[in-house]
Design a protein around this ligand. Structure first.
Ligand code: 2NE
Length: 270
């Protein structure tokens, strides 16, 4: 595929091809572990994906054939969080989770190797996961002094059930791609050679569907878990759709034309 760079970063690659954006964590020397700068760059890329109307679907992956992401970079884990170049400890991967969840376009985790610790959480947060058959999934938090009680546990439990989610977190074992698929946290397993072609094929199929319907389905499925925030996002899209209707235009036009609005002509559906 003829991926073209959207913007250059130190820790990620950010590319575009035929309506698809691809964000690749590019720190193979640490198995694509993230540091605060990596997350800030992914957050900025996600924001660009949100704003650009020619981007329909986003792929998240890692460089190489060893790792998708191995979680937080243990070399920069300080007291109170991961320490960035500004010396401040942060857990800003949570802000990335919020971006992925909130993006009104599908995000597909293309898992090309280890998805471990915070890297496992990243694939869990994505809307879909396509994995190569060499991929390994698992948590390490309770082994290395960390945990994710947010989407990494509650949303994981929606995928695999409460018992399995507790097993994954309590035992910190690794699972093969086939096991992860059987558990319900991976959509499809293919060979490493087929991984990108399959993921792009899925993106292209999604792009043939109604973008507003896809957006509303993502919002609706999120709302079940996301409480008031999920309802707010879904209500925002309901407002967007209302703004597309003549009925909403009539209110604005009447105000600007200094007359009473005529809403009588609009249907009252059963
Ligand atoms: C990923 C895994 C299982 C791979 O094992 P293996 O044996 O195949 O490779 P190796 O030798 O461990 O790793 C290869 C190189 O990558 C570095 C290693 O230190 C090694 O470097 P060299 O010795 O060759 O120089 N590396 C791998 N993961 C790294 C990491 N996370 N930070 C820094 N360097 C890393 C195995 O490497 C592994 O278990 N990695 C650690 C996974 C881990 O514990 N991640 C953090 C969990 S906590 C977290 O991510 C988190 C959270 O729980 C909640 C919120 C936010 C973050």
């Amino acid at each position: 595929f003829d991926w073209k760079s959207i913007k250059e970063y130190s820790d990620i690659k950010f590319e575009f091809f035929e309506g698809i954006a691809k964000i690749t964590i590019n720190r193979p020397e640490v198995y694509n572990a993230f540091r605060p700068e990596t997350n800030n760059q992914m957050i900025e890329a996600m924001d660009i994906c949100r704003e650009r109307t020619d981007i329909n679907v986003v792929i998240l992956t890692g460089t190489g054939d060893k790792a998708f992401c191995s979680g937080g970079d243990q070399n920069v884990k300080g007291v109170g969080g991961y320490v960035g170049e500004d010396g401040v400890p942060r857990l800003n991967v949570l802000d990335l989770h919020k971006r992925i969840r909130s993006l009104p376009k599908p995000v597909i985790a293309m898992v090309n190797g280890y998805a471990i610790g915070g890297g496992h959480v990243l694939h869990v947060v994505c809307d879909l996961t396509i994995a190569s058959d060499n991929a390994k999934f698992g948590q390490t938090g309770p082994k290395v002094g960390s945990f994710d009680g947010g989407f990494g546990s509650s949303y994981l439990a929606r995928h695999v059930g409460q018992k399995k989610a507790r097993e994954i977190w309590f035992l910190c074992e690794q699972y093969t791609a086939d096991e992860a698929e059987k558990m319900g946290m991976v959509n499809k397993v293919v060979s490493l050679e087929e991984l990108e072609a399959t993921t792009v094929k899925w993106c292209k199929t999604i792009m043939k569907r109604s973008p507003l319907a896809i957006r509303m389905i993502k919002r609706s499925l999120n709302a079940e878990l996301d409480g008031q925030h999920g309802l707010m996002e879904m209500a925002g899209d309901a407002t967007l759709m209302y703004y597309l209707m003549e009925e909403a235009q009539e209110g604005k036009n009447a105000f600007l034309e200094k007359r009473d609005p005529d809403f009588d002509k609009f249907p009252k559906f059963p």
